[in-house]
Design a protein around this ligand. Structure first.
Ligand code: ATP
Length: 242
């Protein structure tokens, strides 16, 4: 078992002749929740997609569990991951079917799939919505479904790309609190992307600040934001760089 679940050196992405990011060193340890934060356009989503093996880097290689990822094994490695995006991306089917279909695609069928789906719907407080059509859910319910689906897959790593950005404040707060507890209880290795740094203390152990495709700061939540984050009187760490 490799020391880091995900690691990369000299990872670069260029798109349309533009440098999107250059990351000299990246690592995600097993069981840690790493927040990747930065202003709009700093390259957070591009880096997440590259680490999730959905975007091929221009230079450098992503290592997953010690093995270099390439075209030959990317699909197999992606089956060990789960992603949640800002939009819930649900199929036009019932809530339970959304989980069951995802499980079936990962080779989990029958009773096991049904039990797992029910367990995670219950855990996210949406068991009563199991037979509801996904397109008739509120934004918060849809994102709960999307999170339940990701957890039901029992991934080794969870990628969260601004999963709360479309939710109103009270919904966001309750979901952040629940998710933070769940990630800790399950020791889930997680990369969490956000431009809203007030979300970070709910979830993350460590923070990486991205600005114009470069890491300008990294450390624990307190090291990067100081004690003020506890009082929610925080500044954006990239303001120094502007
Ligand atoms: N497929 C693409 N082709 C060309 N440029 C791209 C592509 N995808 C992203 N970019 C550019 O890369 C830069 C970083 O985008 P990215 O979405 O990774 O940033 P971000 O930090 O996630 O931003 P946001 O918080 O707004 O989602 C942007 O300037 C964007 O226009």
């Amino acid at each position: 078992m490799a020391e880091h679940l995900i690691a990369a050196k000299d990872l670069r992405l260029r798109l349309d002749g533009r440098d999107i990011f250059h990351i000299p060193e990246f690592s995600l340890q097993r069981g840690e929740v790493l927040a990747l934060v930065g202003p709009n356009g700093s390259g957070k989503s591009s880096l997440l997609l590259t680490l999730a093996l959905l975007q091929e880097p221009t230079e450098g290689t992503v290592r997953f569990d010690g093995r270099p990822a390439g075209r030959d094994n990317a699909l197999a490695l992606r089956r060990r991951m789960a992603l949640v995006f800002q939009e819930a991306l649900l199929l036009d089917a019932t809530v339970r079917r959304n989980l069951m279909i995802a499980l079936r695609l990962r080779g989990v069928t029958g009773r096991e799939a049904e039990q797992r789906a029910n367990r995670w719907l219950d855990r996210f407080g949406i068991a009563h919505l199991a037979s509801r059509k996904a397109r008739r859910l509120s934004g918060g319910e849809a994102q709960r479904t999307s999170l339940a689906r990701a957890f039901a897959l029992e991934p080794e790593v969870l990628f969260l790309d601004e999963p709360f950005a479309s939710l109103d404040y009270p919904t966001r707060r309750s979901l952040l609190g629940e998710l933070g507890k769940l990630l800790k209880d399950m020791n889930m290795t997680t990369l969490f992307v956000t431009h809203d740094y007030t979300e970070i203390p709910y979830l993350a152990d460590r923070v990486m600040v991205l600005y114009e495709g470069r890491i300008i700061k990294t450390g624990s939540v307190r090291q990067v934001f100081g004690d003020q984050i506890v009082e929610r009187k925080v500044w954006a760490p990239w303001e120094d760089a502007e």
